[in-house]
Ligand binder design. Structure first.
Ligand SMILES: [Mn+2]
Length: 307
């Protein structure tokens, strides 16, 4: 894997449409938020859908929310009627394109992910990573700071037994549990039924069932760097069905935003917001991608907090 920054920058695919029409990422500028697409489906098991189209579907839908820039280069943000206030006001947003997935050498592409994450964090407060299947978390987390706390919001535990050298979207948490640079894994949103003999979590992995437990666990870890990994199947599939493994029940988009607001108010310093498992197919129509585009803006606002 080539570590030269300029060579790494050339490896990212430049999309024809950027997220919300934002500027292309430039190493000489600084940003509040940079979006990176990771169109991997290497870790998908048991679904005919693919997460490889996630970033491009999101970008296309986001065109109806164009970002507008002031004379000084900062964004003017968006007014959110449902919140009754501006979101992402004065925030500088960039789109860094997609990690290039090489079909014949997928492992090379996956192993480059931490390098891209480190590179983009040099001039970015909040990195927004759009997958891709949930196995990418194994690689994105390696690009963040030592002692990382992983906030893992998902309908599923993703902790089945490890098999082989690389994670898939059903066992990525088992692999993440083994990484010494991750100090805690806090899971929220689990639902549904599995066979009763599930593995016990490692001592540093906590399954949180209530908002109070969530806030308390975030508060205990507030001095550590954090990454928020959201499996979009945590939403109710009636409201958002473009996922590989829908599970009945689940959150509304507004509840998900409020969960992140709670985390920030409990002191979370979120370095990266990751959204995975978006797997649209043509018959879903355009609505899920529009829902997700709005949600990405609201979640990023919740992570960054007041200007
Ligand atoms: Mn997952």
């Amino acid at each position: 894997v080539n570590c030269d920054p300029a060579a790494l920058d050339r490896l990212r695919r430049k999309p024809s449409v950027s997220f919300c029409n934002a500027d292309r990422w430039d190493p000489l500028c600084s940003y509040d938020m940079t979006l990176l697409g990771i169109p991997s489906d290497c870790g998908m098991v048991g679904s005919s859908r693919s997460t490889a189209v996630g970033p491009s579907a999101l970008r296309s839908a986001s065109r109806i929310f164009p970002s507008v820039t002031d004379e000084d280069g900062s964004g003017i943000g968006w007014y959110d009627y449902s919140l009754g206030r501006a979101i992402l006001p004065s925030r500088r947003i960039a789109d860094a394109g997609d990690v290039q997935m090489r079909r014949y050498r997928p492992l090379d592409s996956l192993e480059e992910i931490p390098l891209h994450v480190r590179r983009l964090r040099e001039n970015t407060k909040l990195l927004v990573l759009v997958g891709g299947d949930h196995a990418i978390t194994y690689f994105t987390a390696q690009g963040l700071d030592e002692g990382l706390v992983l906030l893992f919001v998902d309908a599923h535990e993703d902790a089945t037994a490890m098999a082989g050298d690389l994670p898939h979207n059903g066992n990525v948490v088992s692999f993440l549990e083994q990484r010494s640079e991750i100090s805690a894994i806090l899971q929220f949103g689990l639902r549904g039924l599995v066979p009763h003999q599930r593995r016990q979590p490692a001592p540093h992995r906590k399954i949180l069932r209530t908002r109070e437990q969530w806030c308390e666990a975030v508060r205990e870890n507030r001095d550590r760097p954090m990454m928020l990994s959201i499996d979009i199947d945590v939403l109710d599939p009636v409201l958002f069905g473009s996922v590989a493994s829908p599970s009945p029940g689940g959150m509304t988009p507004a509840e998900l935003v409020n969960l992140v607001v709670d985390a920030r108010e409990a002191g979370a310093r979120i370095q990266a917001l990751e959204i995975v498992e978006f797997a649209p197919v043509a018959e879903d129509g355009p609505l899920p991608a529009v829902t997700l585009a709005q949600l990405v803006l609201r979640l990023a606002d919740a992570c960054l907090g007041a200007t």
